[in-house]
Design a protein around this ligand. Sequence first.
Ligand code: GLU
Length: 659
Amino acid sequence: MPSLARRPTRLATVALAAMAALLACGLPAHADDGDDRHEEERSHRPHRGAPPPQASGTAYRKGVVAVANPYAAEAGAKVLERGGNAVDAAVAIAYALNVVEPQSAGVGGGGFMMIHLANDRSDDGSRHGSHHGSPRGRTFVIDTREKAPAGATPDMFVGVPNSSLQGVAVGVPGMVRGTADAVRKYGRLDLDDVLRPAIKLADEGFAATARYAAVSCNTRSQNSPESAAVFCPGGAAPVQGSLVQNKPLAQTLRLIARHGPDCFYKYMPHKGCDIAKGIVEGQKFAKPATVGGVVVPGKGGSMTYADLESYRAVERAPIEGTYRGYRIKGTMPPSSGGLTMIQMLKMLERFPLGDASQGYGFGSVKTINVMADAMRLAFADRSIWMGDIDFVPVPAKGLLDPTYFGLRGAAIVPGTRLNPNPLPGDPRPYEFAGTKTGPRLAVAEPVTGPGETTTHFVVADQWGNLVSYTNTIESSHGIGVFAGYTQADGSFRSHGFLLNNELTDFNTTPSTNPVTASVGYNDVQPAKRPRSSMTPTMIFTPSGEPLVAYGSPGGSTIINSVLNVTLNLIDHRMTLQDAINAPRVSVTSTGSAISRDSGILPAVGFSADTVAGLIALGYTVGAPVDIGSVQAVLVDPKTGRQYGAADSRREGTVIGLPR
Ligand code: GLU
């Protein structure tokens, strides 16, 4: 079976507008006059081959969902069939995933919901259009990221054993508030209608999927006795195909459907709304651990009813950039996803990555060499400059300034490995004219590795609206503790959903930004959101029409999975499904360790020659591991046809309408 690396690239028509935009955006300076200058010039010749990314497979017109689980995909498709729009369907999927993929995401957590409204007017399929709509629509993100409680402190994790399994890691959940806002403002259906499929799944049950069975019985799921009893009863995972019900979760969702989001965020016993009590009591969970023969106490969280009641989701403008003329919209801080990915794209834009005749092309040593070093440079900046923009002055403009990333990216020299490891730069002079450049950081902080959890899904509807939504409770099964409390009779009142450990996405020890001498941008502060890597993304044509919506789970590897797929679509001219199937590479620190995966058949991973070539440059290349799980939808701007693609690294499922 030939690898994708050896496939000929697609021939296609020229997108002159794309190239014109590219030529207009100014080229980064390069340190070396030699070969690379030559490459730079050649890379900017109008390619005879830059059409919109291609799709293959069945085309639809009435909507498509691409989800990491078949039951949740079905929930979204049903809502579209009942007349819901993409926002309604996305919210239905998010709730259904809480039931069928409870280890990944749910009402105990949060995420980033990127929405593109086709017209942003009342005729676009949403209930209430604004009068400020443009013919090209509006793209924005509903930030449902968890927040630290008011009692949180920068040192709250210090000395805490297994801190990601303690109540102190639980952030104030955002999903319920944000999804309710989304349906109320932009949906066509009511929240109770949208929740119906999830309630049915929780109540009547579903047959355990292979993935559900495989991930159910891990250390995290067994952190508390109540969670262990559900996910790993008697020490054994549910058998694939066996019936899984979650009556407590069905009851929780019914309460939200009947009384709205306040029933989640406010303790109102007179209405039967006791979910807030379950969250506040649940996050007091503290479990001692033996460290070096000594028993160290665990630590519960400080969340109060006031923290829950004051939670608000935020609507934010996306981070925007261009890549070879295409417009890219990504997540803004508190996620590092959009900034980091667009930085990488801009540093890579001067290399003709799609051109095998110049030694590039998919999977070549040269291509992976420049990708890896772009990742290392961008992750160096990410380590100190990104955090919750409501609390710290993230220099977003400077980080994406052409002179800044041009100078940074000049360090990438094909055929050599960046050595020593790159330091973060100082983008502030490019943010605010006249600001002095400060000293540089000696060592970038380490970043977390890939997670096993989180979920990404995409919806397109018949009106041209798109949703790209990444949702999470951080680690697999969060802290492994259900929201719930012990009742007067001694029994446990479970709310059936797991509490997140999102606050471990903060710096877990207090730090100082070495350049600004201020508090570390991602240090814990009361009511602050931890820095995320979630990267729901959309690609638009040079003239602004939506083209592709996509994203991935995978901790900090998320950003690189999205980068890989972007390059596969735009540089390597792959179809949407091939772009997802192709093997990926990832570096999430400033170091030289490249992670890779094998891709999905018929892809067969990177060749032994490529691996040997990278090792010869001084990189280490790990054995293949799964990286990410990308779901995507492509809309052909000319015909309006919709195509979906999903990732069989997990249980990716596409349903298109009409069916
Ligand atoms: N909590 C992570 C983040 O926000 C996502 C976790 C994961 O994907 O494993 O970046």
